[in-house]
Design a protein around this ligand. Structure first.
Ligand code: ADP
Ligand code: MG
Length: 226
């Protein structure tokens, strides 16, 4: 079997809340293979976002080992974390966090430029991704001129602009109605599969999790196969 794109070993994270300490992650182990799409299930408060923030090198304060694309990353400095995020990872959140003053195309294009693509390549890729997501006629619209589902599709395109080996998605369709959520998720997964990326997708929606290759569930700070 090929080496995992993500390997997490004995990941631990505690938070102090007032005078109490809560152990949210209590020794999480997880391996995600190239191209594999893994659903991360667990009720609200079980630590899904905490796990994704650690893996995405967005938050410190955890213990354990994390490898991304074969590189140990948990002890990297800020510049190293930024490099790994830029070169290897894509992010989709529940709320799209698009830049309000930029068009759909510009939001995606900027992500490609940040990743070091030429303007020509980044622009062509932005148009292709948005067209694949059915937004070919919305390229110059700003986020406020798009529906919730369309905004989230732009966020998906932005996450894939740098051709990440691993996409981290935190409740990517959690802000959409049920029918739109199912549609946007299916399109998102098809694009991820089409470019051979792996994905770790947090959701508390069991029905949506079934669309993925494998399901793992956070329970009492550890992961169990569902
Ligand atoms: P989920 O994404 O599964 O809903 P979270 O990872 O957001 O769960 O939160 C897990 C637990 O960690 C919750 O009890 C939450 O209150 C706590 N928590 C998360 N972030 C912080 C923080 N920055 N400070 C204190 N507690 C936190
Ligand atoms: Mg969460």
């Amino acid at each position: 079997m090929s080496d995992p794109v993500l390997a997490v070993e004995d990941l631990r994270r505690s938070f102090t809340q007032g005078s109490a300490t809560i152990d949210v992650l209590r020794g999480v182990d997880l391996a995600v293979r190239p191209g594999e799409i893994v659903a991360l299930l667990g009720p609200s408060g079980s630590g899904k976002s905490t796990l994704l923030q650690a893996v995405g090198l967005l938050e410190g304060g955890f213990q354990g080992r994390i490898s991304i694309a074969g590189e140990r990353v948990e002890a990297l400095d800020n510049a190293g974390r930024t490099r790994v995020r830029r070169d290897s990872l894509g992010f989709v959140y529940q709320f799209h966090h698009l830049l309000p003053d930029f068009s759909a195309r510009e939001n995606v294009l900027l992500a490609g430029l940040v990743a070091g693509h030429s303007e020509k390549a980044a622009s062509a890729r932005a148009d292709q991704l948005l067209t694949d997501l059915g937004l070919g006629s919305r390229l110059t619209h700003r986020p406020s001129q798009l529906s919730g589902g369309e905004q989230q599709r732009v966020a998906v395109a932005r996450a894939l602009a740098n051709r990440p080996v691993l996409v981290l998605a935190d409740e990517p369709t959690g802000n959409l109605d049920e029918a739109t959520a199912a549609k946007v998720l299916a399109e998102f997964l098809a694009l991820v599969r089409g470019q051979g990326s792996a994905a770790l997708v947090a959701t508390h929606n069991v029905a949506l999790a079934r669309a993925m290759d494998r399901v793992v569930t956070l329970h009492e700070g550890r992961l169990a196969a569902a």
